[in-house]
Ligand binder design. Structure first.
Ligand SMILES: Nc1ncnc2c1ncn2[C@@H]1O[C@H](COP(=O)(O)OP(=O)(O)O)[C@@H](O)[C@H]1O
Ligand SMILES: [Mg+2]
Length: 336
């Protein structure tokens, strides 16, 4: 591949990534060949129902899979290096510096017995040789950037003295401290109320634009993801089944699963109307149907869908895994 090709311009290239959990009665393959490209500064929304493999995928990218999870195939190339095979030492140097992660529970990142200033300063000094006062100034700036009022005071607080929304802002500010190239956020606003969620999404987007930081925003909520992302990747049963620019995916979904997710988003004018639900349940990795994993829930499924797993197609804008992609008329029906 040429050095100047589009691949080398990507900050993250995930190629055919597979993750498995060896369990007592067999092997559970939770991520089944995921490809994902992220350009510098790009915001990707990774969406799918609960159990689709989003968190396992995000954790695999950072190599923080819970035992006995392991990457069993594919590669994760970050700034030209394969994270999947990187030494522990090199990996630790990346984490919290070039790549940062934000979780649903900010206490996964914050230390309950340390003051905010102490842990934020530590997060900088673990990677960079700067004086405590310089580090402190950077912490203050980071807290201001995520919209924390009276940041001086908050720096002196312990995590439990802050509200949930404030704690998550501190976790985001901590993630931003070393100006990472990539942030992975997994359900980072799911526990927060809608207003605070909207503010955080707005701030996160602005910060990424300012610093050219790429962001992979993982959420089960398509409304959240479409509010922040340049591109949407839809995950189903351990695979990405559709991937494309947000506007295209929302207005012209190719995969019936994507359309189902769109129809399940409540609209403000729909008060009182019954919400659309995709019939059936997502299969567990241990019980995958033959053929397309979505076929048993899909109104467009035919024989081929039940027999053959669809390969990836690309129409110039979106890529999708479907034997019977939706046409314009079927997409029209969606809004009626
Ligand atoms: N620690 C684990 N051990 C075994 N299987 C797991 C473990 N964690 C996740 N899985 C499997 O991976 C699937 C996807 O989980 P997850 O990535 O958490 O879904 P999501 O984040 O999309 O809700 C789960 O349905 C489960 O079968
Ligand atoms: Mg999850």
């Amino acid at each position: 591949m040429s050095e100047t090709g589009p691949m080398s311009e990507m900050i993250l290239c995930v190629n055919d990534l597979q993750v498995e959990f060896p369990v007592r009665d067999g092997i559970i393959t939770a991520v089944r060949g995921v490809d994902l490209m992220v350009a510098p500064g790009e915001i990707i929304g990774l969406v799918g129902e609960s159990g689709s493999g989003k968190s396992v995928f995000a954790k695999a990218l950072m190599r923080i899979l819970p035992e006995p999870g392991r990457i069993c195939g594919g590669s994760v190339t970050f700034r030209g290096e394969n994270i999947a095979t990187m030494s522990g030492e090199n990996l630790r140097a990346l984490r919290g510096d070039r790549i940062a992660m934000i979780f649903q529970d900010p206490m996964a990142t914050l230390n309950p017995v340390m003051r905010i200033d102490a842990q934020m300063i530590e997060a900088i000094r673990a990677h960079h040789r700067v004086s405590k006062s310089k580090a402190r100034a950077r912490c203050l700036e980071a807290l201001q950037k995520v919209g924390i009022p009276s940041p001086e005071e908050r720096l002196r607080a312990y995590p439990h003295q802050l509200s949930g929304g404030m704690r998550q802002r501190v976790a985001i500010a901590t993630a931003l401290l070393n100006k990472p190239d990539l942030i992975l956020a997994d359900e980072a606003t799911t526990a927060l109320d809608v207003t605070i969620q909207a503010q955080i999404l707005y701030e996160a987007r602005k910060l990424c634009e300012e610093t050219n930081t790429a962001l992979v925003w993982v959420s089960h909520d398509l409304a959240v993801v479409s509010g922040i992302a340049d591109r949407i990747a839809v995950m189903y049963a351990g695979r990405i089944v559709e991937d494309g620019p947000t506007a295209d995916v929302i207005s012209n979904p190719k995969h019936p699963y994507t359309r189902g997710l769109i129809q399940s988003v409540p609209e403000e004018c729909d008060h009182g109307k019954a919400l659309h639900q995709i019939p059936g349940l997502m299969p567990t990795p241990a019980n995958l149907p033959k053929g397309c994993a979505f076929a048993p829930r899909c109104e467009h499924a035919d024989n081929i869908c039940l027999l053959q797993d669809p390969l990836v197609s690309f129409d110039g804008r979106q890529s999708y895994r479907c034997h019977n992609p939706l046409n314009a008329a079927q997409v029209q029906e969606m809004s009626s």
